[in-house]
Write a protein that binds this ligand. Structure first.
Ligand code: NAD
Ligand code: UDP
Length: 311
């Protein structure tokens, strides 16, 4: 039977891909968004679908709906956007999850919280397993996001222990693909846009810091599988691609794939920028029916470059 599913933050990058997948599987989807980084263009193709409903709403204010499942994604994810109004960002994480946990409690729905590898901060354990408690600066410029997401995990756990709300926590590692905001400042979109325009590629620091990049389709598959697990598996579980690259390697790969004349330039490293990041995905493999990423960096970048070319 078709499920009624609420997706918060559905009008931009990850959320719009999730809405596509859920609609394709025959579900009824309510997409809730305040259009902070999102907009209708990303879900234009769904607006006339009989099973799709778009609701303009800010998750920091209460909401009510009778649903079976909730994917709570509403939150700006790029450093530029989440630092633009830091107080609003932390409100979005904390008040947003309280409101959505309330919806889950009232409708006896399952709720999946989109947490992040940022809960590990600048990790001293490498790769990062879920058992690692992290190394987060509570008072830095990234804290509004990192601590907001950490507190959101705490709230999920407390609603689960105290009110038996059915929760699922995933920790998403750097994800890229079509429908990323072209100027949201994240490294993959920045480098592709710069390379396609023949502009300088901006490396922050010396480019030796690492990230592990996951293509969006692999993430969506992991999210769906997580939601389908038995109620007693609540996570947190890492969802990411363990392929780890330095930022310099990423820049060179994008220059190669776009055949760009762009040159590398070096800019100051923002404060608290994590030095390394790589998911340990053994728990996801074990619990999510042998989930692991299928799309490597070259293939994912080719698809993403195609998207940015089409804009
Ligand atoms: P995005 O910025 O592309 O999309 C976020 C969406 O949430 C936008 O449509 C925006 O308008 C909406 N939104 C923001 N604040 C809102 C509010 N107060 N009320 C309602 N809607 C609001 O970000 P994304 O990359 O698609 O990330 C989606 C979720 O996944 C976020 O929660 C993010 O923290 C998490 N995540 C993403 C990554 C990644 O690499 N993309 C990594 C870790 C975690
Ligand atoms: N970065 C960079 N140039 C850019 C944008 C980002 O060198 O134009 C670096 C950034 O300093 C960080 C890494 O790329 O070390 C990933 O940045 P992003 O904002 O994509 O994600 P996050 O830091 O949240 O993992």
């Amino acid at each position: 039977m078709a499920k009624r599913i609420l997706v918060t933050g559905g009008a931009r990058f990850i959320g719009s891909h999730l809405c596509d997948r859920l609609i394709n599987e025959g579900n009824k989807v309510i997409c809730l968004d305040n259009y902070f980084t999102g907009n209708k263009e990303n879900i234009q193709h769904l607006l006339n679908h009989p099973n799709f409903e778009m609701v303009y709403h800010d998750v920091i204010t209460p909401y009510h709906a009778e649903v079976d499942e909730i994917y709570n994604l509403a939150c700006p994810a790029s450093p530029i956007h989440y630092q633009y109004d830091a107080i609003k960002t932390i409100k979005t994480s904390i008040l947003g999850v309280i409101n959505m946990l309330g919806v889950a409690k009232q409708s006896n729905a399952k709720i999946l919280q989109a947490s992040t590898s940022e809960v590990y901060g600048d990790p001293v354990v490498h790769p990062q397993p879920e058992s690692y408690w992290g190394n987060v600066n509570p008072i830095g410029i990234r804290s509004c996001y990192d601590e907001g997401k950490r507190c959101a995990e705490t709230l999920c756990m407390d609603y689960h222990r105290q009110n038996q709300v059915k929760i699922k926590i995933i920790r998403i590692f750097n994800t890229y693909g079509s429908r990323m905001h072209p100027s949201d400042g994240r490294v993959v979109s920045n480098f592709i846009v710069q390379a396609l325009k023949g502009e300088d590629i901006t490396i922050y620091g010396d480019g030796s810091q690492t990230r592990s990049f996951q293509y969006v389709d692999d993430l969506i598959e992991g999210m769906i599988r997580m939601m389908q697990t038995e109620d007693d598996f609540i996570g947190p579980v890492n969802i990411g691609n363990p392929g780890e690259f330095t930022i310099l390697e990423l820049a060179r790969e994008i220059i190669r794939l776009t055949d760009s004349p762009s040159k590398l330039i070096f800019k100051p490293l923002p404060s608290d920028d994590p030095q390394q990041r790589q998911p340990d995905i053994s728990l996801a493999y074990e619990k999510l029916n042998r989930w692991r990423p299928e799309i490597n960096l070259e293939e994912g970048l080719k698809r993403t470059i195609q998207y940015f070319k089409s804009l």
